[in-house]
Design a protein around this ligand. Structure first.
Ligand SMILES: NC(=O)c1ccc[n+]([C@@H]2O[C@H](COP(=O)([O-])OP(=O)(O)OC[C@H]3O[C@@H](n4cnc5c(N)ncnc54)[C@H](O)[C@@H]3O)[C@@H](O)[C@H]2O)c1
Length: 357
C-alpha cells in the first residue's frame, strides 16, 4: 500500500481505492468470500471517507481475529424469512455484521417497493460499523432508510452505573434534490464508544463527562471507561433511546438484548449475538415522489435561510459536513492514525499479504 506521512507525523494519508483493495485482500485471506469481502471493504472505507474513523478500517483486526477464533463465521449462509408481506427476519448465522446489514436493507427496500414499507430484522449478527451506511443504500434508490443496532453492554440505564445497553445507534437517510442525502447517524451514548476505544489505543485521556469507571465514578482514563460504562446522550433521554433500539434490534428480531449481547473485544469464547433492524419507507406510499422531494427541498431551504449565530457561515443539514470530508478525503487520501496502520501492518504480516509503507 502506498502511504504518505501527513504534516502530523502520527497520522498517515492513504488513498481510498488502495485501502479498499488492501482490506478486501486481507478479508479474503481470512476466509471471507470475494463478494462479502467487497461489502466489508466498501462499508469500512466509506466510514473512513466520511471521517467516521472509529468505525472504519480500525475495526478490521478485531473482526478478522474473531473469524480466526471461530466466533464469526466467514462463510455463513444467511437466510431471510418473510413473516408477513412487509416484514421479515434475516438470520445472519453468525456471519459478518456488514454483510447482514447490506442484505437486510436490500430486502427491506424490496418489501418497501411492494408494500410501501419494509422492515428486515437481523439476528445472530455482529458489530456492523456505522449505521448510516445501510440507510444510504435505501436513500440512493429514493427511499427513506432507517437502521438500528444493539451492541455490547456499555451504557447504564438512568440511575445505575452498570453497563447494560450498547451505545445503540439510530440512523436515518432521506433523499434530497441534490446528490447529498440527509444522513442522521448517532449513538445513544454521549459519544460513540469507538472514540473511547481509539483513546485507549492511543493512551490519551477522555473528557471527564463521557464515562464512569467500574465503581461508578467519573473517569478520564479510557481503559477504565471501557471497563466501566459510557454515559448516555442527553441523560435519561439517551437511556430511553437505547432501550427503544434494543427492543427493535434485539427483542423483536429474536436476537440478543441487554446483557445477552456479548463483548466483541472482551469475550473471546462466545459469538457476539448482535441484532439489527433495517427499515425502508417508500415516499410514494404517501405522495408522488417528485412532490416529496420538493417538500424536502423546501424544508432544507427553510433551515438554510435561518438567521445564523455568530461564527456560523452556513447552517448544515446532517450529512452535508461528512459529504465534504468525503470529497476531500477522496482526493487527498484518508488520514489514518499510526496505531491503526501498525495494526493493519501486523495483520498483513500474519496473513502473508504485502504491506508497503
Ligand atoms: N455498530 C455499533 O455498534 C455502533 C454503536 C455506536 C455508534 N456507532 C456509529 O458511530 C458513529 C458515530 O456516532 P456519534 O454518536 O459519535 O455521531 P456524531 O456525534 O459524530 O454525529 C451525530 C449526528 O449529528 C450530526 N451532526 C453533528 N454535528 C453536526 C453539524 N454541525 N451540523 C449538522 N449535523 C451535525 C451528524 O451528522 C450525525 O447525524 C455513527 O456512524 C454510528 O452509527 C455504531
Amino acid at each position: 500500500m502506498d502511504t504518505t506521512k501527513t504534516k502530523d507525523d502520527t497520522a498517515i494519508a492513504v488513498q481510498a481505492d488502495k485501502l479498499n483493495a488492501f482490506v478486501r485482500t486481507l478479508a479474503e485471506k481470512a476466509g471471507v468470500s470475494s463478494e462479502d469481502s467487497a461489502i466489508l471493504a466498501d462499508s469500512l472505507v466509506e466510514a473512513n471517507l466520511l471521517g467516521i474513523d472509529t468505525h472504519g478500517v480500525s475495526r478490521l483486526p478485531i473482526y478478522l481475529k474473531r473469524i480466526s477464533l471461530g466466533l464469526i463465521d466467514a462463510k455463513a449462509k444467511m437466510t431471510f424469512k418473510k413473516n408477513m408481506p412487509a416484514v421479515g427476519v434475516l438470520d445472519a448465522h453468525n456471519g459478518l455484521g456488514q454483510v447482514a446489514g447490506v442484505r437486510a436493507m436490500n430486502e427491506a427496500v424490496k418489501l418497501a417497493k411492494e408494500c410501501g414499507i419494509g422492515m428486515a430484522g437481523v439476528k445472530n449478527s455482529q458489530h456492523f460499523g456505522a449505521a448510516g451506511y445501510y440507510c444510504t443504500i435505501a436513500s440512493k434508490q429514493g427511499f427513506i432508510g432507517m437502521a438500528f443496532t444493539n451492541a455490547e453492554p456499555a451504557l447504564p440505564p438512568w440511575g445505575s452505573y452498570e453497563a447494560f445497553f450498547g451505545t445503540n445507534p439510530i440512523a436515518m437517510s432521506v433523499p434530497t434534490r441534490n446528490d447529498v442525502p440527509i444522513v442522521i447517524d448517532m449513538s445513544s451514548s454521549i459519544v460513540a464508544r469507538g472514540k473511547i476505544v481509539a483513546a485507549a489505543r492511543k493512551g490519551t485521556p477522555i473528557p471527564a463527562d463521557w464515562a464512569l469507571d467500574p465503581d461508578g465514578n467519573p473517569t478520564t482514563d479510557a481503559q477504565k471507561a471501557l471497563d466501566g460504562s459510557v454515559l448516555t446522550m442527553a441523560g435519561p433521554k439517551g437511556y430511553a433511546l437505547a432501550l427503544m433500539v434494543d427492543i427493535l434490534s434485539g427483542v423483536l428480531t429474536g436476537g440478543g438484548s441487554g446483557k445477552g449481547v456479548n463483548s466483541m473485544y472482551k469475550d473471546m469464547a462466545h459469538p457476539a449475538n448482535v441484532g439489527h433492524m433495517l427499515m425502508a419507507i417508500n415516499p410514494e406510499a404517501f405522495m408522488p415522489r417528485e412532490i416529496f422531494i420538493e417538500r424536502m427541498q423546501n424544508l432544507v431551504a427553510g433551515i438554510k435561510s435561518l438567521k445564523k449565530r455568530p461564527g456560523t457561515t452556513e447552517i448544515n443539514y446532517p450529512g452535508e459536513r461528512k459529504d465534504r470530508v468525503k470529497k476531500t478525503r477522496k482526493s487527498s487520501g484518508i488520514t489514518l492514525d499510526e496505531s491503526v496502520v501498525r495494526e493493519l501492518a501486523d495483520l498483513a504480516k500474519e496473513l502473508n499479504v504485502e504491506f508497503k509503507l
